[in-house]
Design a protein around this ligand. Structure first.
Ligand code: GCU
Length: 623
């Protein structure tokens, strides 16, 4: 029996006796794992899952906070190890006490992090159980999937007491098949979600954002036919005008399954046969196509059919590429006037997930004069990408390879690859996304460069229509900043973070700072800025005041404008967001205050300064 990381009682119980303990004890301890760690099929990736008809499981779920994971483990009462996933009800005469009862348990809302739902869960990191009932009528030739928008960080799912899947990674969606475990009428689902941080997680122990736990995004049931379209990629060919190319993958496709792709508005359609691997390559011309761009975010209804399955998506078509140090959108040089955004919900705070959250955040970015946003430091909810497609905002999407991961640990690489596959597999048809970012601020050492180089190669093999980037650290010699991190070789576009005027020097240090760039590639300053408490005023040199933050921007923009190959910027950041690293009472109160807008929507002076520069086009080379 394979010992799951989590199953390693020695690790779990921290008991050093494990190795010394008689086998009997070991077996007793391991017994529960069997039931719990029984291998369940791996979840699948679905493209366009939000475009599928679904039965929502959002709403109030019963929840039990279980810091010691007693619902799975008990040293004394191994029989209690018949886990809480069985959702058992106590019966008179039971030989053992049942010490949990979901029907009496308090509720947690789904979607939603648990930290902002209850004061006593604000700092909580550990396992919490979720349970809810649902009714379902199985149909012939129909398969049922549990779609989870995201569950931070590790999660396990059981339906009617049977394990259906487990997942690691808090920011990507996954789908678990329920067909063989559901029955007509009443059913129940139990989930265990654990946001405990571990060294070998992705991201690892330390992040500068709140470790919001729970079923943080939508949960629903999706009914699909026996063979169905799980993933598809449709994009504009870079080489030929108005030629759409890509592929459609049919899960469990009968040999030679016919696939059709049609854009009724353009009278364009094609069909192709799926190969043995279930994939059908498609390519067709759409002469009347209007390209997607920030100015004209044109989206087309695209119908994809295969056998008894069909899905209708809303897709924009554009090309993005580099030419020397230029970034070309639809063949024309572009400057990315951007801002960085965390998935922190405006006003109510907590993990953002709704259309309203996305609308509010991206409307502020548009008000700022942006044509670009950096969604940091993990894949955001699909609602955010749908809104960016609609509103015409270009997107930098990032895999949560953040700071110092265990870059020499192959298991960690596998986790980062899985999250990358899920990010690209789910979000690949959003015209807004032009950049896949592999990482943020990682230490310059060979293991790291190898690790992220591998991810970059994988991203290119998954999607050759977009640009690969990462946010690099910068080194300095005197007042010269140097960008020569070897990781730059693996990237199409170089991102870099600098905090002149905040973590180093004074705002006017920027005036005398030189830059040496060791790459003939487009450059994006992916982070710069400083903190300010909204409403706190004082002199330009008084930290935490709006004047000080604004002064940083006043000196940054002319400095950055001198960098010849600068092709974009995404200052840090649009809105204040929660971070456990920021306790300064009365100023930060566990918020990173580098937002240009407070978490309550109050615009700071720097917002207006940058807005003017963006609207007057005084940043970057004129387009
Ligand atoms: C870092 C990091 C961010 C962080 C920011 C800050 O560069 O990438 O995640 O929030 O700096 O210190 O505010």
């Amino acid at each position: 029996m394979k010992l799951h990381f989590y199953c390693n009682p020695a690790r779990r119980f921290g008991c050093t006796v494990f190795s010394a303990a008689p086998i009997a004890v070991c077996v007793l301890l391991l017994a529960p794992c069997a039931a719990w760690s029984a291998a369940a099929p791996a979840p699948i990736i679905l493209t366009g899952a939000d475009r599928r008809p679904s039965i929502s499981l959002n709403g109030e779920w019963s929840s039990i906070v279980d810091p010691y994971f007693a619902g799975l483990f008990s040293f004394h009462h191994q029989e209690k190890a018949n886990g809480w996933f069985l959702n058992q009800k106590a019966k008179p005469g039971d030989p053992f006490p049942t010490e949990y009862d979901f029907s009496k348990a308090t509720k947690l809302k789904v979607p939603g992090d648990w930290n902002t739902q209850r004061d006593n869960l604000f700092f909580y990191e550990g396992p919490i159980w979720y349970q809810r009932d649902f009714t379902y009528q199985p149909k012939e030739h129909a398969r049922l999937f549990l779609h989870v928008g995201a569950a931070n960080y590790r999660s396990w799912f059981w339906v009617n007491g049977k394990k259906v899947c487990e997942h690691e990674g808090g920011y990507t969606s996954f789908n678990c098949e329920l067909t063989s475990v559901v029955h007509a009428g009443d059913n129940f689902v139990v989930a265990a979600v654990d946001n405990t941080r571990h060294e070998d997680n992705v991201p690892t122990l330390e992040t500068d954002w709140w470790n919001y736990g729970g079923l943080t995004r939508e949960v629903s049931l999706i009914v699909l036919p026996d063979s169905f379209v799980d993933q598809y990629d449709l994009h504009l060919s870079r080489g030929e005008a108005s030629v759409i190319e890509g592929w459609v993958h049919v899960e469990d496709a009968p040999p030679g399954a016919k696939v059709e792709v049609e854009i009724p508005e353009l009278g364009a359609k094609t069909s192709a046969a799926a190969g043995d691997d279930g994939r059908a390559a498609v390519r067709f011309s759409a002469p009347a196509l209007e390209r997607w761009s920030p100015e004209t975010p044109k989206l087309y209804k695209v119908e994809i059919r295969a056998g008894n399955d069909s899905i209708e998506d809303l897709i924009g078509f554009r090309t993005v590429e580099t030419r020397g140090t230029e970034i070309l959108l639809n063949g024309k040089p572009i400057f990315l006037r951007g801002v960085s955004i965390h998935a922190e919900a405006p006003y109510r705070t907590g993990r953002a997930y709704s259309d309203k959250d996305a609308e509010t955040l991206l409307t502020w970015a548009k008000e700022l004069g942006c044509n670009f946003v950096r969604l940091a430091h993990y894949p955001h909810d699909e609602t955010m990408l749908r809104a960016a497609d609609r509103m015409g905002l270009l997107v930098w999407s990032e895999n949560p390879v953040y700071w110092a991961l265990e870059f020499d640990n192959p298991k960690v690489l596998a986790k980062a690859e899985q999250q990358l596959d899920e990010e690209i597999g789910t979000l690949r048809n959003h015209a807004a996304i032009i950049l896949w970012s592999m990482a943020n601020e990682t230490p310059n050492n060979p293991a790291r460069t190898q690790f992220i180089g591998t991810l970059a190669t994988r991203a290119r093999s998954l999607d050759s229509s977009r640009l690969i980037t990462a946010a690099l650290l910068v080194r300095a010699e005197g007042n010269t900043k140097i960008i020569d991190d070897p990781l730059g070789q693996a990237l199409d576009v170089i991102g870099f973070n600098e905090y002149i005027g905040w973590y180093e020097g004074h705002p006017d240090t920027a005036d005398t700072t030189q830059w040496r760039i060791e790459y003939e590639k487009p450059l994006i300053v992916s982070e710069f800025g400083g903190g300010a408490k909204a409403g706190l005023h004082g002199s330009d040199n008084e930290r935490w005041t709006e004047e000080y933050q604004s002064n940083i921007y006043r000196h940054q923009l002319p400095m950055l404008n001198k960098i010849p190959q600068l092709r974009g910027m995404s200052p840090w950041c649009l809105m204040d967001f929660r971070s456990p690293n920021r306790p300064l009472t009365g100023i930060q109160d566990y918020f990173n205050r580098k937002g240009l807008i407070s978490d309550q929507g109050r615009k700071k002076l720097a917002f207006y300064l940058l807005q003017k520069a963006y609207q007057d086009r005084t940043v970057g080379k004129p387009e």
